[in-house]
Write a protein that binds this ligand. Structure first.
Ligand SMILES: CC(C)(COP(=O)(O)OP(=O)(O)OC[C@H]1O[C@@H](n2cnc3c(N)ncnc32)[C@H](O)[C@@H]1OP(=O)(O)O)[C@@H](O)C(=O)NCCC(=O)NCCS
Length: 148
């Protein structure tokens, strides 16, 4: 098992995986997010394939200071077999190789089941408040923007 940046033929599978694992929201086009991450100089989407199927993803990037992980997903029938840990470790390694010193992530408040997972991997609760503002007037009409 290893993780590498997605190839174009895997993009649709990644979006299907994000849908199957409850990571998408109606107001946020996941393919736009994927294309933005894949075309950025400081971001990518890592994927892991088993038997020809994309079974796990993690979007990873850095802002020159901190690294971020989004869209961590493991196919429902492959969960609890170490893939989530492997994708997080691959994301951390990707960031280390690019000089990032810290990695952060956001968990939607209604996604409490994953808190134990991140705790177990050493991700501490930060004493910060995340604030967000839409930069596009059309998007601003939507709600629940923080976890985008
Ligand atoms: C969260 C998710 C990626 C975890 O993937 P996974 O492949 O099932 O996790 P792993 O099997 O790699 O688990 C890694 C370790 O965490 C532990 N763990 C997993 N879930 C846990 C939990 N809720 N509480 C405590 N420990 C947990 C495992 O026991 C394992 O421990 P070990 O490596 O010491 O044996 C997966 O459940 C998922 O895709 N969820 C839906 C999408 C999602 O919510 N993504 C996160 C968005 S913020």
């Amino acid at each position: 098992m290893n993780a590498r940046s997605l190839t174009e033929d895997q993009y649709d599978s990644a979006v299907s995986l994000w849908t199957a694992t409850g990571l998408t929201r109606p107001w946020n086009d996941p393919m736009d997010d994927l294309l933005r991450a894949m075309s950025g100089a400081t971001s990518t989407v890592l994927g892991c394939s088993l038997d020809g199927d994309l079974v796990a993803t993690a979007m990873v990037g850095h802002d020159g200071h901190r690294g971020w992980v989004y869209y961590l997903a493991v196919a429902p029938d492959r969960q609890e077999s170490g893939l989530g840990r492997m994708m997080m470790e691959a994301s951390e390694q990707w960031l280390i190789e690019r000089g990032a010193v810290k990695v952060q992530l956001m968990i939607r408040t209604n996604n409490s089941p994953v808190i134990g997972f991140y705790d177990h991997l050493g991700y501490e609760l930060s004493d910060v408040q995340v604030r967000a503002k839409w930069l596009n007037a059309d998007d601003a009409a939507n709600t629940d923007s923080a976890a985008r």
